[in-house]
Design a binder for this molecule. Structure first.
Ligand code: NAD
Length: 379
């Protein structure tokens, strides 16, 4: 069985070892490569013994446009309910998706999920500032949790979320879909192997925001483009470096639309320093367009553009262009988490990883505010 192939270092994962042990990334990568081969159904394969019942909490664009269709492509998950402020919308989802109307909850009735054996996992897809409360409510109801990125608005919230899931003996996973995309897996493979070490990384993810939304309200978002889309660039740089950064230096990009971006940055750029001298230059903005990442070293380079989209990724390396068959990132992401839960293993994208990214973002904001280089401490 797939999970039985998990390397020993992965099985021993704890928060401290995860933060210290960069070889975990190598173990994870090896596991994913074997997982890809084992995933492919073979003639005569029996259907999976169990699919975990997943409830989507928050029925906005990502849940509706990506997760709902992805759940129709998963092998180990099925959509069994929703949490929504709108009972009429919940009832329509129940009808359209074929689950019981009793599985429609609102944010004040989540505790009642404790009595519902249909539900194994709650996937929190609400605005960032609400993640901590919704994750705690799901864990208290005895459910495993997947929480969208960014994990929360602060490191303290991340600690509380991790503690809530640990106390409930349930897993906490973060919505890091790119870990399950073959282009990004190729970057990780090269970072671990032929092209190691990458010494110079770059990443930029930007789009032009038109209408006002919660993403520019500080209380609900926790920050601007850094937390929403900049997180992809620096997360990727960490994968390429196969390490956590030791320091960051950042500056906010002067606002061109100060009347629109009143509570959060319009754009920000930052440099990350890694052990051994590798660096990453990153940029995120809500007022330009970009979607790219690159990692290079003495032995070769990889360039992805578009890098962070749900599909249609393109890329090349110093050996030539890359081409992988299309996959559904969200289905792969949810299936990998479900398999880990079914086999009682640690999540491939645990809460600790979300917390690590929160420490990095706090450092970037501190540097942008003070103008100083900020050293990062993860423990
Ligand atoms: P959205 O605004 O489209 O949806 C948010 C949902 O939360 C809505 O259904 C809304 O009704 C609900 N909600 C509950 N309480 C609310 C409140 N008090 N105020 C506002 N909305 C409330 O947002 P989205 O784009 O779906 O993003 C949701 C989460 O998913 C965010 O954390 C975002 O960062 C994440 N996301 C991740 C990806 C990814 O690729 N992994 C992509 C998009 C969004």
């Amino acid at each position: 069985m797939l999970i039985a192939m998990l390397p020993a270092s992965f099985k021993r994962l704890t928060r401290r070892s995860f933060l210290r042990d960069t070889s975990l990334a190598a173990a994870w990568l090896a596991w994913m490569q074997r997982a890809r081969a084992a995933d492919a159904p073979k003639p005569g394969d029996a259907p999976p013994a169990k699919r975990l019942g997943v409830v989507l909490a928050g029925l906005g664009r990502y849940a509706t446009g990506q997760l709902r269709p992805a759940l129709q492509q998963t092998q180990f998950c099925k959509l069994v309910g929703v949490v929504t402020r709108r009972p009429d919308v919940g009832a329509q989802w129940a009808k359209d998706c074929g689950f019981s109307a009793k599985n429609v909850y609102n944010y004040d009735t989540m505790a009642k999920m404790a009595d519902n054996a249909d539900i194994d996992v709650v996937y929190v897809v609400t605005p960032n500032g609400l993640h901590a409360g919704h994750v705690a409510a799901a864990a208290k109801a005895g459910k495993h949790v997947i929480c969208e990125k960014p994990m929360a608005n602060s490191v303290a919230e991340c600690d509380a979320m991790i503690a809530a899931c640990r106390d409930a003996k349930r897993t906490l996973s973060i919505g890091y879909r790119i870990h399950f995309d073959p282009y990004h897996q190729e970057l990780m493979r090269l970072a671990q192997g032929d092209f190691a070490p990458f010494t110079k990384m770059a990443g930029e993810f930007c789009f032009v925001m038109g209408a006002h939304e919660w993403r520019i309200e500080k209380k609900l978002s926790g920050g601007g483009p850094l937390v929403d889309i900049g997180i992809y660039s620096f997360h990727e740089a960490c994968l390429a470096a196969n390490a956590n950064p030791i320091a960051v230096t950042a500056k906010e990009i002067p606002k061109k639309r100060p009347d629109f971006f009143t509570e959060v940055e319009e754009g920000i750029e930052w440099t990350m320093e890694f052990p051994g001298g590798a660096t990453a230059q990153c940029r995120a903005s809500y007022n330009e367009n970009a979607n790219h990442c690159r990692a290079e070293g003495a032995k070769g380079w990889i360039d992805l553009s578009p890098a962070f989209s749900y599909s249609g990724l393109k890329g090349s390396t110093s050996r030539g262009s890359l081409s992988f068959p299309p996959i559904n990132q969200q289905a792969k992401h949810m299936d990998a988490i479900a398999q880990a839960i079914l086999e009682k293993k640690d999540s491939p994208v645990p809460g600790e990883l979300g917390r690590r990214d929160m420490v990095i973002m706090a450092g970037i904001y501190e540097s942008a505010k003070t103008g100083k280089r900020v050293e990062l401490k993860f423990i």
